[in-house]
Write a protein that binds this ligand. Structure first.
Ligand code: PMP
Length: 401
């Protein structure tokens, strides 16, 4: 008998499990709108042209070796990543107030930041939006933080519950950590306006809360890298402390390369160096040091003027295709005279639409139309194409009539 006889079968991950189910479906019309991965109009994964070019340069450079990176990763990559999110002329960078460590994509950056906070920060409670990306709660809980939620989404307006955000942050204990989506909130696609961000910032600073930004979609929401970094930059401009987890999964299409960065903005350069020394103690026993290939691709692109320029165009093209899919889906539902107000499809931003469909309707769409999505009614717009919009519109129409 196995010593593991008592191990019970765990449920599939609520997001990645959607793909598992999709893969098992033999239907030729099946459509996977679960996982947030960009697809072309032909429904194919996309490797950016700049990524191919950078990889060619790396392969042809015979001086490159496969030695270990330092614990904190590739120095160039870290500097360039901080610049990308904070802005090239950021006073925080110029004043050496920022420590940046290369981590395993967005998830790994969140986890390293969380582990650091659990060890070195006095207030162990983190507030995450309700709803939020399904992994947030688990990451912070396993790191040893206490997870609470703040109201974020209003199902009636399918928009932001701004009053709820301010009230819940206003009654959080002083010093509590607050997780914020830098842009393109997942799963709702609902972001605060600039004025609302400013009020959220004031509330956070007045209560001495600690902002922790998750930036998984810079450039993907609006098509502009600077525009999508505005929220973060507002919080850094006021001189206060701030955590930022960056992912290059979506905006460079480097999903499986696991490239990301954790930046901690401190009040003094001296604190920043001490914080970095402790981050190394967090990382070393977890995975020792990060992988070299993906970070080399990113730094090759970010430091070359032409590649960088070409990247911004490719990024804009991905963002624009997603925005076009929103428009097409909205028009298709209007053409079918599908009951209900579907304007949130074009108002929401980023990779996902939070349709408002309930679990029963989602199940119906999966069993009758072979359309796969998370049970909360979130669909990945990046997985749609002009060819598949009519099928999705038919399914939504049937599910609500
Ligand atoms: N945060 C959010 C909000 C996300 O949507 C994702 C990706 N789905 C991530 C973090 C992390 O992704 P990765 O670890 O692949 O960078």
């Amino acid at each position: 008998d196995s010593v593991f006889t008592n191990v019970v079968r765990a449920p599939e991950d609520p997001i990645l499990g959607v793909t598992v189910a999709y893969n098992k479906d033999p239907s030729p019309v099946k459509l996977n709108l679960g996982v947030g991965a960009y697809r072309t109009e032909e429904g194919k994964p996309l490797v950016l042209n700049v990524v191919r070019q950078a990889e060619k340069l790396l392969v042809n450079d015979r001086s490159r070796v496969k030695e270990y990176l330092p614990i904190v990763g590739l120095a160039d990559f870290n500097k360039l990543s901080a610049k990308l999110i904070l802005g090239a002329d950021s006073p925080a960078i110029l004043g050496n107030l920022v420590t940046t460590v290369q981590c395993l994509s967005g998830t790994g950056s969140l986890r390293v930041g969380a582990e650091f906070l659990a060890r070195h920060y006095y207030q162990r409670t983190i507030y995450i939006p309700n709803p939020t990306w399904g992994n947030h709660g688990k990451i912070f809980t396993l790191a040893g933080l206490t997870v609470k939620t703040y109201r974020y989404y209003d199902p009636v307006t399918r928009g932001l519950n701004f009053q709820g955000v301010l009230e819940d942050l206003g009654s959080a204990p002083s010093g509590a950590i607050v997780l914020l989506h830098a842009c393109a909130h997942n799963p709702t696609g609902v972001d605060p306006t600039r004025e609302q961000w400013e009020q959220i910032r004031r509330m956070i600073r007045s209560k001495s809360l600690l902002p922790f930004f998750d930036s998984a979609y810079q450039g993907f929401a609006s098509g502009s890298l600077d525009e999508d970094a505005q929220s973060v930059r507002m919080f850094v401009a006021d001189g206060g402390e701030c955590f930022i987890a960056q992912s290059y999964a979506k905006n460079m299409g480097l999903y499986g390369e696991r490239v990301g960065a954790l930046s901690i903005v401190c009040r003094t350069a001296d604190v920043a160096t001490r914080v970095e020394s402790q981050l190394k103690l967090v990382i070393r026993p977890m995975y020792s040091n990060p992988p070299i290939h993906g970070a080399s691709i990113v730094s090759t692109i970010l430091k070359d003027r032409n590649l960088y320029q070409e990247w911004t165009l490719e990024l804009k093209a991905m963002a624009d295709r997603i925005i076009t899919m929103r428009k097409q889906l909205f028009d298709a539902l209007r053409a079918r005279e599908t009951p209900g107000d579907w304007s949130h499809i074009i108002k929401q931003i980023g990779m996902f639409t939070f349709t408002g469909l309930n679990t029963k309707q989602v199940t119906f769409m999966t069993t009758e139309y072979h359309i796969y999505m998370t049970s909360d009614g979130r669909i990945s717009m990046a997985g749609l194409s002009s060819r598949t919009v009519p099928h999705l519109a038919d399914a939504i129409h049937a599910s609500v009539t």
